[in-house]
Design a protein around this ligand. Structure first.
Ligand SMILES: Cc1cc2nc3c(=O)[nH]c(=O)nc-3n(C[C@H](O)[C@H](O)[C@H](O)COP(=O)(O)O)c2cc1C
Length: 235
């Protein structure tokens, strides 16, 4: 058994816009002056909760489970453009898909499929998921690997025996806060994709909102407690 931690948790865009040159990494690693401007004491929950899962998972379930972190920003996630899209559609036409883009997509799928347990770290970006996570979904969602399709019966998820934990954060949006605080296309989208792919066992941690709220500390404490509890039954 192997677990993959999928980290889309990067809040660098504001810094990139402001500084124009700093790319990659968690905001906690930003240069000091940017970190002060863009990262407050409430940031980083996603990383903390992910680590809490890993620590408890190791301690309570199995110290021998190999864990691989798939940092979606580390440059190993291939693009999925017209060449790859054409290869994908060739499958539907009953043809043999070809090309380097297709091979790269299949390699990424195999990396993903090699794990049985997933931890997704997902900040809300503009109401939804960060584009790099959507890119990951577009890369790995291939016919015959992640899904099957029948013109009458529709889609069938092909992943089997997987379990996912998802950590959701958002700075402003929160359930029940009203439309002025945004809408949730983050959790529904990701969980719909997981189920569509065949991952029915989904456990979630929400820390939303984590910034524009008076009681962030309590929300953080609850998220940590949930992460520890969830980790003990994650194996
Ligand atoms: C590009 C971008 C878009 C964002 N859009 C939203 C949003 O629509 N709603 C919201 O509540 N927070 C939004 N945020 C805030 C992030 O969701 C928040 O900083 C993140 O969840 C904190 O995660 P962390 O605790 O792991 O650092 C956005 C942040 C960035 C960088």
């Amino acid at each position: 058994m192997k677990a993959v931690r999928i980290a889309a948790s990067v809040v660098v865009l504001l810094a990139v816009l402001a500084a124009g040159l700093w790319l990659g990494g968690h905001p906690a690693k930003l240069p000091g002056f940017l970190s002060d401007a863009f990262v407050d004491g409430n940031a980083g929950l996603n990383v903390e909760a992910t680590e809490a899962i890993e620590e408890n998972y190791f301690r309570e379930v199995s110290p021998d489970v190999p864990v691989e972190e798939f940092d979606l920003w580390d440059g190993t996630l291939p693009p999925f453009g017209p060449e790859a899209a054409a290869a994908k559609m060739a499958v539907f036409a009953g043809e043999e898909p070809r090309g380097a883009a297709w091979s790269a997509a299949i390699d990424t799928f195999r990396r993903f499929d090699s794990a049985d347990r997933y931890v997704f770290s997902v900040p809300m970006w503009n109401g939804g998921i960060p584009y790099i996570l959507k890119q990951f979904i577009d890369v790995v969602s291939q016919p015959g690997l992640v899904f099957g399709f029948d013109p009458v019966a529709g889609y069938t998820g092909l992943l089997r025996g997987k379990r996912a934990a998802v950590i959701y954060t958002s700075a402003v949006y929160g359930p029940g806060r009203g439309p002025a605080f945004g809408s949730d296309f983050q959790a529904p989208y990701l969980e719909d994709w997981l189920r569509w792919a065949g991952v029915d066992d989904i456990r979630t941690i929400h820390f939303r909102p984590n910034l524009a709220t008076a009681d962030a500390d309590e929300g953080r404490r609850q998220a940590h407690a949930r992460a520890r509890d969830l980790a003990k039954r994650f194996g």
